[in-house]
Write a protein that binds this ligand. Structure first.
Ligand code: SF4
Length: 371
């Protein structure tokens, strides 16, 4: 079972400046403040009481942890040492910027038992980084990734498609460069225009155009395919909706959707279903099967996928059902020619269709609810 995360948001603390798109206080809904020893202890105890028996992971998000003064890092991590020693807290996680990762910073994290570092890479294109006011180059990210991986950390990478100057090709190249370092996981946040940021001013002046929602979904679909093929999990697609973020006026523009990740998964499923239907004669009756929990991805929001496929292929889709015997990434089509299988995991990135799946007779074993 995954540990319960005890989050501390240290919004912007340690950051040498504001990147043009960033307002952590609005994104996380938390004000910038370093928690003192008492605040840390109280929060851990509260989480222990609400999740008895569960392992806890303490995480510092929203700032540049390794760019804090060393005494501050030692104070925060030092408070956690007794909990780590007692096993009350099983792991520690921090997030930081790539140019704040050097051997001294990493040695301190190592000594203090930090296991996971999340790096705000955002892009590996130097022009995009410069236009976004990041204050570092892609080489800093490469060095940080190499250092952290070389020292045995679990490394998560955050990417932001749609920053100023970005293109789909740039985003895919960024991801490919990051994947060379075999990160443990990815978070992908399409760029939003948050009120009060420099990006908001650029947007108002007409110097920045955010990705429309459908374009952001299409880009992220390609990124997701690439990550899946590399076997790197994408643990988050799109910002987590918060009260602050959903307050009218916080997001000026951009592809915000409370279920953004599901939109992307659903598009990916629709592409694969279309590919499976390619050799099906018009007028045929077909059904789809997927692993439990995936039906809504196949059906799409407001049955959009089923309607699109019905129209495109002139077929009658009888049902979509769960099949616990299928692998997590596999979709099965039951059609007039038998069963056709396709996998979301081995899709050619950038292509319109997946690698042609073979016809395999696996029988018809509908399980669970239909639609
Ligand atoms: S993107 Fe990261 S480094 Fe830039 S201002 Fe935000 S928290 Fe700080």
């Amino acid at each position: 079972m995954r540990p319960v995360v005890v989050p501390f948001f240290i919004s912007h603390l340690g950051c040498p400046h504001r990147c043009v798109f960033c307002d952590q206080e609005k994104i996380s809904g938390s004000r910038a403040a370093l928690p003192d020893t008492q605040a840390i202890q109280e929060k851990i105890e509260a989480f222990r009481a609400s999740a008895p028996g569960r392992q806890l992971e303490v995480a510092f998000y929203g700032g540049s942890f390794t760019a804090l003064a060393q005494e501050q890092q030692v104070q925060l991590l030092g408070t956690l040492q007794p909990y780590l020693a007692a096993g009350t807290v099983s792991s520690l996680r921090i997030s930081t910027r790539p140019d704040a990762v050097d051997h001294a910073a990493v040695s301190l994290l190592e000594r203090m038992g930090v296991g996971t570092v999340e790096l705000g890479v955002q892009s590996m294109n130097d022009e995009v980084l410069q236009l976004s006011g990041r204050g570092h180059a892609s080489q800093d990210s490469e060095q940080a990734l190499a250092t952290l991986k070389g020292r045995g950390f679990r490394v998560g990478v955050q990417l932001m498609p749609g920053l100023p100057g970005d293109t789909l090709e740039n985003s895919l190249t960024s991801l490919k460069r990051v994947l060379q370092f075999a990160p443990s996981f990815l978070r992908i946040y399409p760029t939003l225009v948050v009120e009060g940021t420099e990006l908001a001013e650029l947007y108002r002046r007409g110097s920045y155009r955010p990705l429309p929602l459908d374009e952001a979904v299409a880009w992220c679909k390609e990124l997701l395919k690439l990550a899946r093929r590399a076997g790197v999990p994408v643990v988050r697609l799109g910002l987590q909706p918060t009260e602050e973020l959903e307050t009218p006026g916080t997001i000026l523009a951009g592809p915000f959707h409370p279920a953004f990740g599901q939109l992307v998964e659903s598009e990916l499923c629709c592409d694969l279903m279309a590919s499976l239907l390619e050799e099906t004669a018009p007028g045929s009756e077909v059904s789809f099967r997927c692993t439990p929990g995936r039906i809504s991805d196949l059906v799409g929001q407001r049955r959009r996928n089923l309607e699109r496929l019905t129209e495109l292929f002139a077929v009658r889709i009888l049902k979509v059902t769960e099949d616990a015997a299928l692998d997590r990434e596999v979709i099965a089509l039951d059609g007039p020619k038998g069963v056709r299988l396709g996998s979301l995991a081995d899709w050619e990135p950038g292509g319109e269709t997946p690698a042609a799946p073979a016809f395999v007779n696996v029988g018809h074993c509908h399980v669970g609810r239909g639609v």
